[in-house]
Every structure is written in C-alpha cells, then in structure tokens.
Ligand binder design. Structure first.
Ligand code: ARG
Length: 568
C-alpha cells in the first residue's frame, strides 16, 4: 500500500480540499501532520488554531486514525491505528501506475572497438535502475543500447589495422567477401587500436585525411571495410555483454545503434527536404534549430558533414524515427553525460520540427562526473582515464582487503557481489545531475550509506529466517515503537518508487534502502526474536515483521540490481 497516498486521499476527501501531508521529524506526536487548518483559515475567516480544533475531530473519525492533536500555530498531528499499520504492512507492497506508458530508454550506449570507460558507468547503472522502476510500476519499456558504430572511431581502427597489416585484402576496392581471409583480431589488442590511431592521427594529417576517406567509404558500403568491421563488432558485442553481466544490469532489448539507424537516413531526409529543413552551410548540410527566444548559443544540427558523411547528429535523428516505427513510444528518455545536453536539445528540436517526434515527449537525464579524491576526474593509479573494469577491480581489491582484515573468509562470488553493490549503490546514492567523489575505500565500508551495509542487513534478515524454527504469525500483535516504525518504513516503499519514477530520481531508491536498513537494524538490536526468553506469540509476530522487511528490502535491492550473497 502507498500509505502516504492512502492517508492523504482520505483527508482530502474528508475536508473537501487538497491539503499537504508531512511526515514529522519526530514521530512521537504523530505519523503525519497537516497544515490544512492554516491553509483553510483565511477563506473560513477563522484563526488557524481555532479551525484546527474543529477539523481535528473530523479527521479522528477516519477509520485508520487513532488520535489527533494540535501543535504550533495550527498543525494537526495524526497518529495511525496500530492494527491498520500491521495489516497494511502485511500486504504485498507492489506499486502500480494508473497510467501505463510505453517508454524508450537510451542508456549504456557503448562504442564498438573502444573499451568501456568510467563515463559508461552512470548511464548503465542509473539507466538500468530507472528501467527496473518503470517496469515495476507497470510501464512498458524498451532499452536501447545505442551502440557507437558508424563514425570516425570505426574508420580510425580500420586505418590502424591497414597500417599494421597493409597486405590484408580488406583495403582493396575489389574485396571479395566470399574468399575467406586468414586473419583474427586479438580482443585485448583491439582496445589499443583506437587510442593509438587517434593519437597518431593528431600528429599525422595524412593519416587523419585517410581515415576520413575510409569513413565515407565505410558508410557507402565498402565491402572490405565492412568485413573488417564485422570482425571487431563481434568482439565488441561480446565485451559489452560481459560488462552487462558484470554490472548485473538487465539485458538490452536492442543492441542497435548508429549503423542500424543509418538505414533510416533516406526516409528522414525525405521528410526534412519536404519541409525545407535542410540548409547548406560551409559545405555541410544542416538543420537550423535556433529559436528567436534563445539566449544561449544554439548551433545548427549537422545533417551531413562537409565531406558528405553521416554524423552523430543525423544517426541520432534517424534512431528516433526508427524507434517511433518500432516501439511507438510515448516518451524517449536518454541517459548520458551532462556534457551532451546541447546535442540533445538540438536533436529534440530537429525531431519536433520535422514532425518525427514531439519535443515535449523527449527527456535527457544528464549526469555529472565521477571524480577521484583529489576532486578531478577519476584516473587509474598510473594516471590514465579509468576504464570500467579498472573501477570494478579497484573496488574488488578494497573489499578483499577489508574482508581479510576482519578475518572473515568469503568466496570470490561473495566478494564480487559486495564490490558490485559498493559501486552501484554509491552511484545511485548521488543525485544523477551532480558530480561525486569516488573513493574505493569509503564505498566498501560495511557501515554508513554504502552498498555493503545494505547487503549486510539483507543477509542478516535472511539468516534470522533461516535459523527460525518457529512459525511466523501474521495476525495482529501489539507493537513497540521499533516494530511499529519498521512497518511504517515498509509502507513508504510504494510512495518512494512512484516519486523516484516521477522525479527521475534513482537516488530516492538508494536513500530509501538506507533508511529502511536503519529501521531494520534498530528493530533487530532492540527486539530479540529467537532468544529463549521471548514468548511464542511475540517471536512469531516478530518473525512476521522480519519477513515483511525482508520482502521489501529485497524488492528495493532488486531495483538497484544488486545481488544478495548468502553470507557476509
Ligand atoms: N556512444 C555515446 C558515448 O559513448 C553515447 C550515445 C548516447 N545515446 C545517443 N542516442 N546519442 O558517448
């Protein structure tokens, strides 16, 4: 049950107006409080305290209210009935939307022949959690791994391989795809091609120009380049897949990116031309997306570059067209680095102007940078830009060290699960839009707002349930404050999921997980369960609370895509 909504709807109905419900910091006086009397006082021509005294008894009539009291200038505190809390928390907590939508989610978006780097971490984690939230609520989602596979990096890699192996047949214009070539690319080596080639291109204009030519021919369907590309595409897809598994994110519905979108370019161009939206500018074809009202620079959207090649811009517009045809979504949401904000603003305008997809149904969730403890973008120990694997490895090491220090003996799967939780939870905890500092040491602490703390709490609940020989008893039992608070915490789950979705704020899930764990651990410390002196009725009732807590915590953990180990 969405407790907040349930209470708030009932109060609104009772008073015939919409009032604001707050959760007081100190729950001693009430589970909720409302400023209804203050809001209604003016039109009623009464002073707020006086009005509160009239309203409070009315609210006390609501079936779930135990008691009301008046505080301060006219706040009304509402205390809920314990039986109501018990029963509501005993139900399955499953938030559902009343207005299911079809949503295309664009995240991950890895690049072919380029290793995954730290910049792909947040898009993967936040995008995946958002996807899980939307699915839980009953939305139909499609996740798109919009692979970067049509641009300059491909050309640079092809040019590099040509430099290393000029004798291979791929570079000839008469390449025959039917004649087998005895050539394999070493996956580990592939990752070095792009950085080497792009560094080399900076120093060698000729190589640079050659790569530009390759790009144009590649996009025109050059058979040899394509055959070579297919080789490294396969390696890259495999690498992406491993990452998806390592990060424990849901498999993508589509691993289709720029190259796939490129097929739709002619159809889109026809639309653009019919609307006269393509203009010539310095040899390039552009769409002018600037508006009168703009007070910041709004450069034109590149349809083709000055060499006539497809661009990141054009394939992104074509991808929108493709998605409209394939999924017909109500919304398309992109999760990328904040630094791409301008690109997406341009894209949304171009799509809207051409009538392909309305501006207001697009969203770009731009995330901030992950910094090291020195406040600068996180680097590996040798000073290089960190790869995704570097991050996970660093955290794995930190977990290993901690575990060794504590004298525990945990298997490598458990260590990996803890490390993953440390990375993901820390990422989700921060407001997507802000930068954060990544410190492998602090994120692996077993205390505080960390992934390991969350897992530890879940393991603890599972272990109680495993050791319990007594039956749980779902029938009402009078509760102490810790039991009661925990159940109220459980009843905040549905509201949290709805808010996280509506506000596009995955951090709400992580913070909720932490708050719930705090309540669980307070309950655990103060309310013995299996101890001998605990009477059967209390033990069974507490086991019921443990089950409810475990169920809700597991759901929360699942939204974050963490795995609960069997021991910790
Ligand atoms: N591949 C790009 C990168 O690694 C991100 C693509 C984001 N999605 C999109 N539709 N443009 O930076």
């Amino acid at each position: 049950m969405n407790l907040y909504k349930h209470v708030s709807d009932a109060i609104n109905e009772k008073l015939g107006t919409v009032v604001k419900l707050e959760v007081p910091r100190n729950r001693e006086f009430g589970d909720f409080s409302t400023n209804a009397a203050m809001v209604m006082a003016k039109s009623a021509g009464k002073n707020p305290r006086e009005l509160a005294a009239e309203i409070a008894p009315k609210l006390a009539q609501l079936p779930f209210v135990a008691d009301t009291s008046i505080a301060g200038p006219g706040f009304i505190n509402i205390k809920l009935r314990d039986e109501f809390i018990w029963e509501s928390a005993s139900m399955d907590q499953s938030p559902r939307t009343d207005t299911p939508q079809t949503i295309d989610l664009d995240y991950g978006a890895y690049n072919v022949a380029k290793s995954l780097h730290i910049g792909h971490l947040r898009t993967s984690i936040v995008g995946d959690t958002f996807n899980r939230i939307a699915k839980l609520l009953g939305h139909k989602t499609y996740s798109w791994n919009h692979i970067g596979d049509w641009g300059k990096p491909m050309a640079l890699v092809i040019a590099w391989i040509e430099r290393l192996h000029p004798e291979l047949p791929y570079f000839s214009d008469n390449f025959d795809a039917n004649i087998p070539v005895d050539f394999e690319i070493d996956p580990a080596e592939l990752n070095t091609y792009y950085p080497s080639a792009s560094a080399f291109a900076k120093e060698n204009p000729e190589f640079q120009a050659h790569a530009q030519d390759i790009k144009a021919h590649f996009q025109d369907g050059h058979a040899g380049y394509f055959a070579l590309y297919e080789k490294f595409l396969e390696i890259s897809l495999k690498m992406m897949n491993e990452t998806v598994q390592r990060l424990n994110i849901l498999p993508f519905d589509y691993d289709l990116g720029e190259r796939n979108a490129a097929q739709y370019l002619p159809a889109v161009e026809e639309i653009l031309r019919a609307k006269n939206l393509i203009e010539e500018s310095d040899g390039a074809q552009v769409i002018v997306v600037k508006r009168e009202s703009d007070n910041k620079p709004m450069p034109p959207y590149m349809w083709t570059d000055s060499r006539g090649a497809d661009t990141y811009d054009s394939t992104d517009l074509a991808a929108v067209y493709c998605r409209k045809q394939t999924d017909n979504p109500n919304k398309i949401i992109y999760f990328t680095d904040l630094r791409q904000s301008l690109h997406f603003e341009q894209l949304f305008r171009a799509a809207d102007m051409s009538g392909i997809f309305p501006y207001e149904n697009f969203e770009h969730i731009g995330y901030g940078t992950i910094n090291g403890t020195d406040g600068r973008p996180f680097k590996t120990r040798d000073g290089n830009a960190a790869g995704l694997d570097d991050i996970i490895d660093a955290v794995n090491d930190a977990v290993n060290a901690r575990v060794a220090e504590s004298g525990k003996n945990l298997d490598s799967d458990t260590i990996s699960a803890i490390a993953l939780a440390a990375v993901k939870f820390n990422d989700l905890l921060h407001d997507v839009r802000s930068d954060y500092i990544f410190d492998p040491n602090s994120v692996t602490s077993f205390e505080g707002r960390t992934g390991p703390y969350i897992l530890y709490t879940a393991v603890r609940l599972n272990s109680v349930l495993k050791r319990a020989t007594a039956d749980t008893d779902a029938s009402y039992m009078p509760m102490n404050a810790d039991e009661r608070n925990l159940l109220i915490g459980i009843l905040d789950f549905e509201r949290t999921v709805h808010s996280a979705f509506e506000n596009r704020a995955t951090d709400m899930i992580a913070n909720y997980a932490y708050d719930l764990c705090q309540l669980i651990n307070t309950f655990y410390h103060n309310c013995p369960i299996l101890r001998e002196d605990i009477d059967t009725k209390t033990r069974a009732g507490r086991l019921h609370i443990v089950r409810r807590a475990q169920d809700t915590l597991a759901k929360t953990i699942d939204l974050m895509g963490l795995k609960i180990p069997s021991e910790m």
